[in-house]
Design a protein around this ligand. Structure first.
Ligand SMILES: O=C(CO)[C@H](O)[C@H](O)COP(=O)(O)O
Length: 221
């Protein structure tokens, strides 16, 4: 698949200089800006809320890809829309999203691009009946909650099965992957069917972010 998109994850930025960090990856060639919202309940850490999304919005015009790793995202969709999110991604697991079909439909009604996220242990079957509602399916390639973890290669057949399931139904959502991504994993996940790569450590941890993005992009091409 051509046209792989790169979405640097702001979780790995120097948060003391957030606006400068966001401008840096914007200039370096990011396609989307990935923002991880964590509530200390669905995942152990607390990260960003609507105020931070609003601050990031002011620093870039690139699409904000906001991943809600929170319990009951349905309660705060409007706040993230108001803060400037472009894509709203919710977890498929009922420990997070109570009525997945309704929430994804609501995101569309709010004029934003809906995305559904599956954790490593979550089977594709859990999202089979909502695939027609989404623009993005994100496969977690680490267990969510922390940056800097190691890619789980056992997610590769899952990505391939998901791409085949979508194609068989005439659906072409972005298949995004998140967690432990670098040049080597990007090559493998794109070969399996992914077309959007979220990378935190591999981009923000690089002395030359433009080169880091270009390297991931060309490895994946
Ligand atoms: O969602 C996340 C953690 O839950 C991060 O976006 C993801 O882990 C990216 O960071 P890294 O590239 O450092 O793995």
């Amino acid at each position: 698949m051509s046209g792989v998109l790169i979405a640097p994850s702001v979780l790995a930025a120097d948060l003391g200089h957030l606006a400068d960090e966001v401008r840096s990856i914007d200039r370096a060639g990011a396609d989307w800006i990935h923002v991880d919202v964590m509530d200390g309940r669905f995942v152990p850490e607390i990260s960003f809320g609507p105020g931070m999304v609003r601050a990031i919005r002011k620093a870039t015009e690139k699409p904000l890809n906001v991943h809600l790793m929170i319990v009951e995202p349905e309660r705060s969709l409007a706040a993230y829309v108001d803060a400037g999110a472009d894509h709203l991604l919710v977890q498929a697991e009922p420990g997070s999203t109570v009525h997945l079909h309704r929430v994804l439909s609501r995101i569309r009604e709010l004029g934003k691009r809906p995305g559904v996220v599956i954790d490593p242990a979550t089977p594709i079957a859990w999202i089979e009946h909502v695939l027609h509602l989404v623009d993005i399916v994100m496969v977690m390639t680490v267990n969510p909650g922390f940056g800097g973890q190691k890619f789980l290669p056992e997610m590769l057949p899952k990505i391939a099965a998901l791409r085949a399931l979508c194609a068989g139904r005439g659906l072409h959502p972005h298949i995004e992957v998140d967690g432990g991504q670098d040049v080597d994993t990007a090559r493998a996940v794109v070969a399996a069917g992914a077309d959007v790569i979220v990378a935190g450590t591999a981009i923000f941890g690089s002395a030359d972010r433009e080169q880091a993005i270009a390297d991931i992009r060309s490895a994946a091409a």
